[in-house]
Ligand binder design. Structure first.
Ligand code: AMP
Length: 226
């Protein structure tokens, strides 16, 4: 399975990518996460990327393309992958086509989740993430059992620096300006599938599975093979 999740920040693409990756046994490759780790570890890439991530701007294409090229070269990506947060610009989408050609494979589908701007702002402001394992929670809809503590690993939950209100608006405008044009790019290539992202998490997953059935090897179109 080779999928791209393409949606605004806060639409639930990380949550869905995580579920699908576990279910189909492929890695969930998230550029935001790779960049946050690089920033925390103060690698040369991290030092270059920090100012962009913290201000809600996109990191230059050259940096993220190289990060993804190295990640897709790792052996766990041989059976497939779910790309979350990449590509985000037309230049990155063109680079992706080149990388896949080099790896002698193609994308099965590009999934976009439709969520209103108002709902996105509500979700991002209430999002908390685990400082250790990256698990995400929503203060209202998906709170941890114990306030401020991760259910999975017991570490502290924090608000991402870029989930603060002023930065959220900047991230949304970057999405609209630079990433939304990719919907047309993938529609033209007959790869785009659109799912209502305002449904409950399970319903969104079911809708994605239904939409990609028949496009991905090994998923039954009728869903009656278990
Ligand atoms: P995310 O966790 O996907 O919301 O990404 C957090 C931040 O990382 C974004 O606001 C950007 O600054 C940066 N970032 C993640 N993916 C990309 C990408 N494909 N291209 C450029 N910047 C990115």
């Amino acid at each position: 399975m080779r999928l791209v999740m393409l949606a605004p920040p806060g639409a639930g693409k990380g949550t869905q990518a995580d579920i699908l990756a576990r279910r189909h046994g492929v890695p969930h490759v998230e550029t935001g996460d790779l960049l946050r780790r690089a920033i925390e570890e103060e690698t040369p890439t991290g030092r270059e990327a920090r100012q962009y991530v913290e201000s809600g701007n996109l990191v230059p294409d050259k940096i993220v393309v190289e990060l993804i090229r190295q990640r897709l070269d790792e052996p766990d990506c041989d059976p497939g992958f779910i790309l979350d947060g990449f590509p985000r610009t037309i230049q990155q989408a063109n680079a992706t086509e080149g990388m896949l050609r080099d790896l002698d494979c193609v994308l099965d589908a590009v999934v976009t989740l439709e969520v209103s701007r108002q709902e996105i702002v509500r979700r991002l402001e209430a999002r908390r993430v685990c400082s250790e394992c990256g698990a995400t929670y929503h203060l209202e809809h998906d709170p941890p059992e114990q306030t401020g503590t991760c259910d999975r690993c017991g570490s502290e939950l924090v608000q991402r620096e870029d989930d603060r209100p002023e930065t959220i608006l900047q991230r949304l405008s970057q999405y609209e300006e630079k990433t939304e044009p990719l919907l047309g790019f993938y529609r033209e290539r007959d790869l785009l599938v659109t799912v209502d992202g305002e449904q409950p998490i399970d319903a969104v997953t079911d809708a994605i599975e239904e939409e990609i059935a028949g496009r991905v090897d090994g998923i039954s179109q009728t869903g009656d093979e278990g």
